[in-house]
Design a protein around this ligand. Structure first.
Ligand code: DP6
Length: 327
């Protein structure tokens, strides 16, 4: 009779907002990005994931917000688990149960927090004692941006050129700078083209090469601005980076237009308010919602300036938070 094995752990992780964006891969399977990126974890928003490896199971299974999931989403989970199992030297299958405390219609992608929590829980369940960097590599295999949700606070993902060299680490703790992200939700419908498909289209834009060539410079400026808490430098570089990514999206083949008229109206208002002396900056992911970044002392003013703008369904405010951890 073989001995029964059973190992479990529960981890929690938050989504992150990228200040310097990831768009395009040099290796789709390993999610090795064409450029490095910088982000901040979004405190208070969380995916909690419980994993149980057991000799009782004959396959991996996934339940998300109480519903069994199959198909490509389960496939991505299995990819991450296979990499972890290979390094841990175990053949055990797992049952993964995951829940988000934020609605899927909030315009915040849950893949970053989901794969960060998954990798963190799995590694700990198997007693691997892996470093943050190593866990971020596993998370990257499920979703590129998930690598950035593993370390604490403000995070840089080093693009690298292999599985070993592409990982994220913290550049500053969450309490280093009291930045807030006020997410102006203008649409809660699911995007037509997800990031995974979008990354594949990036090379078809004639602008992508220029965006990528200039990325190390933007990373340098943004990292420095974060370390020095220099909001003006920071605002200018994150808006440029977001605009460059959307220019690539709009000029890829087929073209991806994530902005709606509301998005553009908000961009215009941010630029006007900023010119009038309100320190606020925008950054936009693969969707129409706009993240307004400001310092804590200006949050109230930012919210009252934007809350009555046409087309805003809700405003979700988060601060810099920690990375993945056990519960
Ligand atoms: C626009 O990490 O969601 O949010 O690796 O295919 O899961 P996959 O893509 P994902 O891409 C994120 C794209 C972005 C920019 C960013 O977060 O850096």
């Amino acid at each position: 009779m073989t001995e029964r094995s059973d190992y479990s752990a529960t981890a929690v992780a938050s989504p992150n907002i990228a200040f310097i964006k990831y768009w395009g891969n040099i290796n789709e399977e390993l999610r090795l990005p064409v450029n490095g990126s910088l982000s901040m974890n979004m405190d208070g928003l969380a995916t909690t994931t419980q994993i149980r490896f057991s000799s009782e199971f004959s396959q991996d299974s996934l339940e998300l917000n109480g519903r069994p999931i199959q198909g490509p989403a389960l496939g991505r989970v299995i990819n991450v688990l296979n990499a972890i199992r290979a390094e841990a030297g175990t053949p055990l299958f797992a049952m993964v149960t995951s829940e988000n405390n934020f609605p899927s219609g909030a315009g915040i992608a849950s893949s970053a927090s989901a794969f960060a929590a998954l990798a963190f829980a799995a590694v700990n369940a198997l007693g691997m004692r892996a470093s943050t960097e190593r866990i971020s590599r596993f998370a990257r295999l499920g979703s590129g941006s998930a690598s950035r949700s593993v370390p604490d606070g403000f995070v840089e993902w080093y693009s690298g050129d292999s599985h070993e060299t592409s990982f994220a680490s913290s550049i500053a703790a969450a309490d280093h700078w009291d930045l807030a992200d006020c997410v102006l939700v203008v649409s809660d419908s699911h995007k037509k083209t997800g990031s995974t498909e979008g990354h594949k289209l990036a090379p078809s834009s004639p602008l992508q090469a220029a965006r990528v060539a200039d990325a190390p410079r933007r990373i340098e400026i943004c990292r420095q601005a974060i370390l020095e808490r220099d909001f003006e430098q920071f605002a200018e570089i994150i808006q440029l980076d977001s605009d460059l990514m959307h220019a690539v999206m709009m000029t890829s083949h087929p073209a991806l237009f994530y902005w709606t008229p509301e998005t553009l109206r908000i961009i215009e208002s941010v630029r006007n308010f900023h010119a009038d002396g309100l320190p606020v900056a925008y950054t936009i992911d693969a969707g129409p919602n706009v993240h307004l970044i400001t310092e804590e002392k200006n949050v109230e003013q930012v919210i009252s300036a934007f809350k009555n703008l046409d087309g805003i369904k809700k405003i979700l405010t988060t601060r810099a938070g920690n990375g993945a951890h056990l519960v």
